[in-house]
Design a protein around this ligand. Sequence first.
Ligand SMILES: [Zn+2]
Length: 381
Amino acid sequence: MSASPTPSCGCINVFWDDGMLSHDTGRGVFHSGLKPTFLDVLEKHPENSDRVKNMVSILKRGPISPYISWHSGRSALLPELLSFHTQEYVNKLVEADRDGGREICYGTFLNPGSWDAALLAAGTTLSGMKHILDGHGRHAYALVRPPGHHAQPTQADGYCFLNNAGLAVKLALDSGCSKVAVIDIDVHHGNGTAEGFYRSSDALTISLHMNHGPWGPSHPRNGTVDELGEDKGFGYNLNIPLPNGTGNKGYEHAMIEVVVPAIEKFRPDMIVLVIGQDSSAFDPNGRQCLTMDGYREIGRIIRGLTDKYCDGRLLIVQEGGYHVTYSAYCLHATLEGVLNLPLPLLSDPIAYYPEDEAFAVKVIESIKRYHRETVPFLKEP
Ligand SMILES: [Zn+2]
């Protein structure tokens, strides 16, 4: 397959730095770090560098590559982190790094090299946002790890240390944007971003997630519909907890029925799309059923919103997505949607057909009839 860029589709400016690969999360029983002796093969931590290496390679070698413009990243400076995080929390992370690293909270390992990668992820996301703010391009994608959307102003959580998207939203607001909308489609609740803007009406935070609820001291929020924000921010945090097993149709319905009307009313100057491919049908950490088609459609809907309300200005920020192959493919599909390409560029290598019970019943009936007509011992008397 080959593609020639269509001028009307534009291009996506991808911000990346391979220094982020140096965050080594280790191995263990899934993400626990436990090493019991009854297993010979210990799986890599789900948030490992392989997943992101494949995201880089598919954008470099996949059919979308002519539409991608590559940019390098940079490390965030410590004072820049204070727009979202407290000094005390940042000090805690700096000290943990200086002491050789440790598990900051459950499953969230700050190992040697992790802090440098976290600073790169934050700075690279800020570079993507600045690119848009300076008018150099309309669409930027911060391909970053460690992820950030669970990181709260004072607390690491769920593999996240620094809230990359939250820092970028703060930069936009401090640079003259009056309203920014965050739409988070990672399968997990974007609790950190919600927390950072919970009392603000300048940032509308919307999270579509599976109904996982709170998961311990680092993640106290429920992600339920009644968490709407507080004070001035009341109504500016919209949670959309979707039933487990929600797939392409369900996500599209949620986008059209809940997200689009909210954006139409809020009228942001900028949209930040927080993406996680862990809402795919094959993700080890997710229980939703999106396939490439579903991600493509979400990308297309977001593109429509940014064209209509934000002069096309869209920052995309990478979060989770733990299937090493399918996450890269779903990313490709999402960006195809954002480019609003007329036809899919890449077919789905592993999507299954959704169950069609009525068709299965019909097929089974015909097999049964054939057997009864043809197999002697099954023949009707
Ligand atoms: Zn996630």
